[in-house]
Design a protein around this ligand. Structure first.
Ligand code: ZN
Length: 144
């Protein structure tokens, strides 16, 4: 773990985003990978206590994706960070980006039942604003 990572993870917003991401991956894995052995995430962020006393539970593959995402969040150069889906800096590699998109499509709507209603609503509002600015009505996954 680098000093930079440790330093960034001390920021409340970074911790919040990382915790939310962890919960999303946990929801996704819990709904799709029940055949895999699933354990509480072991990662640098978990070591720093970002996930609290009950880190999200997931399979080895999802844990690998989350560890990647933790680093991307920690090293995000934007402040305030936009939602990744609307960011013009593509810091994710294409495979990770595709994985995260399908993970979010699954977990986003379901996260409402896991105490992330506020984040979900903010996300929807920002998506709407972004589409207006970009002048392209109706992104594909939006159902009105
Ligand atoms: Zn999984």
């Amino acid at each position: 773990m680098t000093d930079k990572f440790r330093e960034r993870m001390a920021d409340e917003q970074v911790r919040h985003d990382t915790r939310t991401l962890g919960d999303f991956v946990g929801i996704y894995c819990g709904g799709n990978h029940t055949d895999s052995g699933r354990l509480a995430i072991e990662s640098d962020a978990a070591t720093l206590g970002v996930y609290g006393r009950k880190p999200p539970v997931m399979c080895a593959e999802c844990a690998e994706h989350l560890r990647y995402a933790e680093k991307r969040r920690a090293y995000c150069p934007k402040d305030p960070k936009p939602f990744c889906a609307h960011c013009d800096t593509h810091c994710y590699n294409p495979e990770e980006r595709a994985w995260q998109q399908q993970m979010m499509r699954y977990s986003g709507p379901r996260s409402m039942f896991h105490g992330h209603a506020i984040d979900g609503i903010k996300h929807a509002l920002e998506a709407r604003k972004y589409r207006k600015q970009a002048g392209k009505p109706g992104a594909r996954e939006e159902v009105q």
